[in-house]
Design a protein around this ligand. Structure first.
Ligand SMILES: Cc1ncc(COP(=O)(O)O)c(C=O)c1O
Length: 425
C-alpha cells in the first residue's frame, strides 16, 4: 500500500515545509528508543517525538494502565461530574508540583495549558477588582505554543509573523545573565511600576523552541523576587522542561522562588496521550470562588480530564516513582558532558550546551543563528540517512532522548554529530 502517497494526498502536517518535505515517512511500530518504518528501517527517536516521550515508546506499564481504564470508561463530561483517574492524578500532582497548595486545571496540550494560565492570571485581577492589570511580561526568544495567547507572549518571529497584528501587546525583556542582570532587573521594575502588569511568563532554565538556550537559575530568581514584591503573578511554562528534562523533576526546583502557576504537558503522560495541566496556587483559585457568577472561569474543552489521558499520566508518575528515573537522566547528562569535552573546540561549533537529557550544538554558519538557517535541512537529512531522527532548530542541532536510551545508542548519535561537524568544516 502506498501510504506515503495517500498521506500526501489527504493530510496537511504541522511545522512542515510542504515543498521541501513532499513525503512523510510511514511509521508502523514504535518501541523503546526506536521508530520502525514501513520499509523496514529502525530509526532512533533522539528527540522523544517532539519532547513528549520520556520512558521509551509503547512502554508496557503505561500501555496496560490505559487498556485497563479503557475497559471501564473512555470519557465523560468534566463539568458537574468527576472521576477517579482525574482525582488520583490531581492528588499526585499537588504533592509533586512546585506550586503552593495547588489546584489542578486540566486541558488538552501544552498550548492550552499556557492559554489557561494566561486567562487565569488576567481574570484573577479582574475578579479582585484590579481590572486595569492586563499586561504581561515575557522573555525575548520565548516560545509558549501556537494558540493566540501563547503566540502573543512569545518572540515575534517566523512562527507567528502572519498574525503579528492580531497578537496582544506583551513587554519583552532580555534573558538574564551575569553581564545584563542589573539592566534587566531595572527594566522589569520600571515596567511593573509604570504599567499595569498582571503576570510574568517564562520557560525556566531552558528556552526550548527558541534554540535550547540554557540560562542560570540565580538570575531568573532575582527577576522572580521583583515580581513577588509587586504581586505580579509568575507563570512557569514547564511544558518542555517538566518531568525531568533538566535533571530535576521540574526546572522550577532549581529556583528559590516558586511560580504561582505552572503549565505542564508533553512528558506528563510519558508521551502516550495529549494532556495539559495548569496548576494554580490556592490564592489565585480563591479569587474565582464567589456569589457573583461573572467571576466564574468560563474555560473548558470537550475532552477536559479525559480518563485515558489521566490514567496514562498516573502510570507515568508511578514509573518515575518506582524507577531510578532522575538517576538515568543524570547518567545521560554525564555522557553529554564527556562528549562536550571532546568536541568543545571544534571549528564548526559556535557554542555547545547541555543540561539533564538536553544537548545542543549551535553550528557556525555564514548565516546567522536562526530557525530558517539553511543548514537545518542538511543536518536532519544527514542524521536520517543514518537512521537517527533529530529536528534541528535552524543551526542548533540538539537531542532530548527518552531515558531508556543505552550508551551505545547515544554513542551512535555523538559519532554522527562529530562526523557531521567534520564534514561541514
Ligand atoms: C515551553 C513550551 N510551551 C508550550 C508548548 C506548546 O505545547 P503543545 O505543542 O503541546 O501545544 C511547547 C511546545 O513545544 C513548549 O515548548
Amino acid at each position: 500500500m502506498n501510504y506515503e502517497g495517500l498521506d500526501k494526498k489527504y493530510i496537511w502536517h504541522p511545522f512542515t515545509h510542504l515543498k521541501y518535505y513532499p513525503k512523510n515517512i510511514v511509521i508502523t511500530k514504535a518501541k523503546g528508543i526506536y521508530l520502525y518504518t514501513q520499509d523496514g528501517r529502525k530509526i532512533i527517536d533522539a528527540i522523544g517525538s517532539w519532547w513528549v516521550n520520556v520512558h521509551g515508546h509503547s512502554h508496557p506499564y503505561i500501555a496496560k494502565k490505559i487498556q485497563d481504564q479503557l475497559k471501564v470508561m473512555e470519557h465523560c463530561i468534566f463539568s458537574g461530574f468527576t472521576h477517579l483517574p482525574a482525582i488520583q492524578l490531581a492528588q499526585k500532582l499537588v504533592y509533586l508540583v512546585p506550586v503552593k497548595n495547588a489546584k489542578i486545571f486540566y486541558s488538552d496540550n501544552g498550548s492550552t495549558s499556557v492559554e489557561v494560565a494566561i486567562k487565569m492570571a488576567l481574570q484573577y485581577f479582574y475578579n479582585i477588582g484590579e481590572k486595569q492589570k492586563t499586561k504581561i511580561i515575557a522573555f525575548k526568544n520565548a516560545y509558549h505554543g501556537d494558540t493566540f495567547g501563547g503566540m502573543s507572549v512569545a518572540e515575534r518571529n517566523v512562527f507567528n509573523l502572519p498574525f503579528k497584528k492580531n497578537l496582544f501587546q506583551t513587554y519583552f525583556i532580555d534573558v538574564p545573565h551575569s553581564k545584563n542582570i542589573d539592566k534587566v532587573k531595572k527594566r522589569v521594575t520600571q515596567l511593573i511600576e509604570k504599567n499595569n502588569v498582571a503576570a510574568f511568563i517564562y520557560e525556566p532554565i531552558i528556552q526550548g523552541a527558541g534554540g535550547m538556550n540554557i540560562y542560570e537559575a540565580k538570575y531568573l530568581d532575582e527577576l522572580l523576587a521583583i515580581c513577588k514584591k509587586y504581586q505580579v503573578i509568575t507563570i512557569a511554562d514547564e511544558v518542555f522542561t517538566g518531568f525531568g528534562k533538566t535533571g530535576k523533576l521540574f526546572a522550577s526546583e532549581y529556583l528559590k522562588h516558586k511560580p504561582d502557576i505552572i503549565c505542564l504537558s508533553k512528558g506528563l503522560t510519558g508521551g502516550f496521550l495529549p494532556l495539559g495541566v495548569t496548576a494554580a496556587s490556592n490564592h489565585i483559585f480563591k479569587a474565582f470562588v464567589s456569589d457573583d457568577k461573572t467571576k466564574t472561569f468560563y474555560h473548558g474543552h470537550s475532552f477536559t480530564a479525559n480518563p485515558l489521558m489521566c490514567s496514562a499520566a498516573i502510570a507515568n508518575i508511578e514509573l518515575i516513582e518506582q524507577t531510578n528515573y532522575l538517576q538515568k537522566i543524570n547518567t545521560i547528562e554525564q555522557w553529554h558532558k564527556q562528549f562536550v569535552q571532546q568536541i568543545i573546540s571544534h571549528p564548526s561549533i559556535k557554542s555547545v550546551r547541555y543540561k539533564g537529557i538536553v544537548l545542543a550544538i549551535e553550528i557556525k554558519t555564514k548565516e546567522k543563528t536562526h530557525y530558517l538557517n539553511q543548514v537545518s535541512e542538511k543536518i536532519a537529512d544527514y542524521f536520517l540517512k543514518r537512521d537517527i531522527l533529530i529536528r534541528p532548530l535552524g543551526n542548533v542541532m540538539y537531542v532530548v532522548p527518552p531515558t531508556c536510551i543505552k550508551q551505545n545508542e547515544m554513542k551512535k548519535i555523538y559519532d554522527t554529530m562529530k562526523d557531521f561537524l567534520n564534514e561541514i568544516k
